[in-house]
Design a protein around this ligand. Structure first.
Ligand SMILES: [Zn+2]
Length: 61
């Protein structure tokens, strides 16, 4: 027997940025135009170049 989900699941997309120098990881909400390997901001700790490592979706309640 299977149950149907009552609510529709809402997927919130997130972007993971990683610093190329110190490997610091920053998780933030996905923005329009994001894609994997895109160069983004400079790292807040070492001023190195950050780029997008991963984009994924999380189910929010
Ligand atoms: Zn860094």
């Amino acid at each position: 027997m299977k149950f149907k989900r009552k609510k529709e699941e809402i997927i919130t997309p997130y972007t993971i940025e990683q610093c190329n120098s110190c490997n610091a990881i920053l998780k933030r909400k996905f923005k329009e135009g994001d894609y994997v390997f895109k160069k983004t901001d400079t790292c807040s700790s070492c001023k190195g170049q950050m780029s997008i490592a991963k984009i994924f979706g999380e189910v929010s309640a």
